[in-house]
Design a protein around this ligand. Sequence first.
Ligand code: XMP
Length: 508
Amino acid sequence: TVYVVDNGAQYAQLIARRVREAGFYSEIVPHSVAADDLLGRNPAALILSGGPSSVYEEGAPRLDPAILNAGVPVLGICYGFQSMADALGGTVDRTGEREYGNTDIETSGGLLGQGQATVWMSHGDAVSEAPEGFSVTATSAGAPVAAFEDPDRRLYGVQWHPEVRHTPGGQALIERFLHEGAGLTANWSTGSIIDEQVARIRAQIGDEKVICALSGGVDSAVAAALVQKAVGDQLTCVFVDHGLLRAGERAQVERDFVAATGVRLITVDDSSIFLDALIGITEPEEKRKIIGREFIRSFERAARLVSEEEGSVKFLVQGTLYPDVVESGGGEGAANIKSHHNVGGLPDDLEFELCEPLRELFKDEVRAVGRELGIPEAIVGRQPFPGPGLGIRIIGEVTRERLDILRRADFIVREELTSAGLDSEIWQCPVVLLADVRSVGVQGDQRTYGHPIVLRPVSSEDAMTADWSRLPYDVIARISSRITNTVSEVNRVVVDVTSKPPGTIEWE
Ligand code: XMP
């Protein structure tokens, strides 16, 4: 395992993903991890992430020199690079000059500088003197020591961020460190994930019965397919139709997913219960809480049914991903922006033991596993869809009529984006109905007084941050005219051009 020491600021996950893309299993540990603990895990290599601190600040993450003296290959990045310099007797200066964004560097041989000319920087402090035994292999205007290395001790560091896509050749740098610097051979692949997980699931579940809530989303589908592969008939999947689904979603799960996996599926239609509970509710958090609460009730009813028919259920499958695991460990004190309700992600005080076969995986790995398991592309490749569904994409009260309007508009958007070949470029494109807003329009010489539909196409790597997607104008034009021509209640289509932050991806 290649361990990424997290010095804060969201870079650690990106680094771990890049390491896995390179074919090495990688995990994140907090910077507070004790040297003994870390070295006791027998790391193949360590990567120290960037972070928001300055090594001189009180309480800044400190690097125990023991970690650098243990003979383990280490790559320090940005703050991690500075903390290496600091721990080994180099000098870190407050230059007073920030270097931010694309930056030109000059390299002079060495392992890390190869192929690097313009890199992405984000730092205030800079290393002005490398520790003894290190050679300086890159410099920039704001960083007299932009990279250093001591190949004999297998210690490397760079001031820039090779993990971000803005650094061309960054992935290659990380791979050079792992292969040549650390002397490792890639061994992590989709096939190895499946074999390992299937064995673990079998060991965990034994002969017991297991249940899985399917949302139609990628995660719960792949988790269910893995468990199905491991324990077959002992698994029953439950799909709760809460009436807030998109057009065709339920049929897709009932038909395509079952055909591909052979899983036993029961569907409960509780849409009336959900829609009744949402009458008169307009406040987003209130909607989310009601949907979450009703979902648990529906699921519990379904679970009782399964227990009656199949025998007592002991395990519950959840599609928890690695970022959820890292975030719930490291997110203390973070503000609650929205109460995310993950259908398929139930509270763990339900009376089951949890089986979480995706706990170690990132989304793109989950997709790769799903493909290898033969789950149809329509499910594996689909964009994220929130558990509360269309309920949080109708701004205003949720009613059957409004759901019907939004479903028709959403269907057109999805069809047009797919036929323009944009599905893999866009992270997701929520379609939002501003149900309480009306505007005047004209159609066929008639005055109309209809609702706007908002398109919210975004690009993102992990949904934590996002940018609005620059959709081709002709695609927007086709979507707009198809919606306004065929969904009579809608007379305007607008595009949301806000990044996240400050906007969130969903409108509620
Ligand atoms: P926001 O709106 O917070 O969304 O920028 C980030 C990502 O999370 C999805 N999302 C949810 N997913 N249950 C989910 O399973 C939820 O309650 C929920 N709310 C938002 C959203 O679609 C985006 O991908």
